[in-house]
Design a protein. Structure first.
Length: 362
């Protein structure tokens, strides 16, 4: 059964310089895209009662209210379903956000990235610090209690003091969830072709990560996943479904999904998706070993880690026999922690998570 769904909306006012997602398309193409999206959902969705629905992008808050309502009306959900809409500060309108709340959206994820106006310009964002505060007021006044903001660290000209200022300002917003991502120069982004100067090196980024962890935890946030922090009961339930290796639908251009042991990716070319929204660009049938590796790889992203006993029972293996040397190797340096049946990365281990997690994949 598939109880989670993601919808990709690829439109933006302007593509950010660090962004490598399939996004930045002209909003004038909205109607033909929505029609293709509706066709895909109607054809593939099997009417399960959803636990989460996530509308991401791009900038989904650019859509007309009627389009968002049309999309979510296709799904079977309850008042307990987490329905998230990604938004950028410059698109927050008071009347529209009140209506979004009325039609069923109950969680907003706001792309703040930084409060520093100079850095915002350098990375190609369309908003200012003051726009952020205005957007937060609009969202809260519309009745949204479940509000998340995104921050990026390791930005151009950023140092520990400037990052500390960003964290202080974020904390004053009294949001329930904060996601923090280290800047990576991704292939197909503007920065990949025009490498910026004064990007913090790996050592400084590591210090920034630890500073974020310390500051947010001191202020009552739980560090529940490598990049995510929340107040009690405000974890992103949708993203947790990814990390727990649950089935989920992926709708829209370049969207990915996971159903019945098959990982798939939709067509990444916008025009091709419009012509044939039912065609997949990639489909991979996962073996039992593949599923095991993903369960470990994804589960160890979570602060609580994985339960070895459950994995042994599910996959009929001896986890310690198979992975004992890896556990011993990284436990020695306080990067992995084994406590009874629980295995998890330490905060220090989060810094080297990619290197460590890759060792669990054959």
């Amino acid at each position: 059964m598939t109880e989670h769904a993601y919808i990709h909306i690829p439109f933006c006012i302007r593509k950010c310089k660090y962004c490598a997602f399939v996004s930045g398309f002209d909003i004038k193409n909205k109607d033909i895209y929505i029609n293709s999206l509706l066709q895909e959902i109607k054809n593939n969705y099997r009417n399960e009662k959803l636990k989460t629905l996530y509308i991401g992008g791009g900038t989904p808050s650019l859509l007309d209210l009627k389009d968002i309502e049309k999309l979510i009306s296709l799904f079977n959900y309850t008042s307990d379903t987490e329905i998230t809409l990604e938004a950028n500060p410059e698109t927050a309108e008071a009347v529209k956000f009140k209506e979004l709340k009325n039609i069923g959206i109950n969680r907003i994820s706001l792309g703040v990235q930084t409060f520093n106006d100079n850095i915002l310009k350098l990375i190609g964002r369309n908003h200012s610090e003051q726009t952020i505060y205005k957007a937060i007021d609009i969202i809260k006044n519309a009745g949204f209690n479940n509000l998340s903001i995104d921050l990026i660290y390791g930005l151009i000209n950023q140092n520990l003091d400037l990052l500390n200022t960003d964290i202080e300002k974020a904390l004053k917003l009294n949001t329930k969830h904060i996601s923090t991502y280290g800047l990576k120069i991704e292939e197909n982004s503007y920065f990949a072709k025009h490498t910026p100067k004064n990007i913090p090196d790996d050592e400084l980024q590591a210090k920034m990560f630890l500073q974020i962890c310390e500051k947010l935890k001191k202020n009552g946030f739980e560090h529940y996943e490598i990049s995510n922090f929340s107040k009690t009961d405000f974890h992103s339930r949708h993203n947790c479904a990814y990390w727990q290796n649950k089935n989920y639908y992926g709708f829209g251009v370049n969207a990915s999904g996971y159903e019945d042991n098959i990982r798939y990716k939709n067509i990444s070319d916008f025009e091709e998706y419009i012509k044939n929204p039912l065609k997949k660009e990639e489909e991979t049938i996962l073996s039992k070993d593949n599923i095991l590796e993903e369960e470990i790889f994804l589960g160890l992203r979570l602060k609580k880690g994985i339960n070895i006993k459950n994995i042994n029972e599910k996959f009929k293996i001896d986890f310690i026999k198979n992975y004992g040397q890896i556990i011993k190797k990284y436990s020695r340096y306080n990067l992995l922690e084994l406590n009874g049946d629980n295995l998890k990365l330490t905060e220090k281990g989060f810094l080297l998570s990619n290197e460590i997690l890759c060792e669990f994949i054959n």
